[in-house]
Design a binder for this molecule. Sequence first.
Ligand SMILES: C[S@@+](CC[C@H](N)C(=O)[O-])C[C@H]1O[C@@H](n2cnc3c(N)ncnc32)[C@H](O)[C@@H]1O
Length: 240
Amino acid sequence: MLSSIDNKNWGNCQKKKQSRMVNVDCYERIFGQSQIPSDKQYWSMCGKSGQSTRKEEGNLPYLIKGCELDQMLEKEFIVPSQFHGVEIRESIFDANQNVKGVNWYRDDFLLAMRKYDSSQFNPAFINLDTIYMPQKAAAYMGKVLYLLAYRNIRNVMVSLNIVLKCCMSKSHNENEIIKWMYKDHRVRSACKKAEQDGCLIEMFKDKGGDFFVYNGTGRNSGTIMQTIIFYRRQGNVSIL
Ligand SMILES: C[S@@+](CC[C@H](N)C(=O)[O-])C[C@H]1O[C@@H](n2cnc3c(N)ncnc32)[C@H](O)[C@@H]1O
């Protein structure tokens, strides 16, 4: 069932749009900027963003209305060249390539970032838009934070979507998630390295101190999704 979610066109999905706005809002609260700096990049597990039929107007005529890239452009959070869209599925990648002026990769997300020219790699925002269960997601987050630490990337936010509860499965609680995150040896190494580099890695929570939780995107979805946000910023003063 979850793999059919992967194939979905997210363009018309209101919950997805709201969840993306949570990311933009958090970025603004962490870094005080409503746009990502012009020398920095937006990396995402992007899903379907392009189509073979031309839209009537606009500079990107093959872009799917309401998709992540479209929403970020409309919000003026980024310009097209800042978007780095990674997609593991060939058919989705092929469709995305109809949209020009943007960076598309067909690869595993982590590998695409690792392979990218390290002297040019400068993400401000990373969207790990997975449907992974918490333990797998924690390990993936660990690998990404480790990469950012060892490339000494400053001022970057990483947003991770995970499945908190699916169908009949047991729901995981907040303490378990935090435990898995900080139990991961890469997360711990990345935090240590940040300290050595005069940076800070922290988990960012909602104003009331909660994680960001939303219902799955199917109409009758019993899936509960959670967004976990980490940031790595210059300086050692917590903003929490
Ligand atoms: C939830 S959808 C993306 C939705 C999109 N970010 C949005 O906001 O509309 C996740 C996409 O990531 C792809 N994907 C899953 N695992 C991946 C991986 N390890 N590397 C790259 N892409 C992956 C899936 O095929 C799917 O198209």
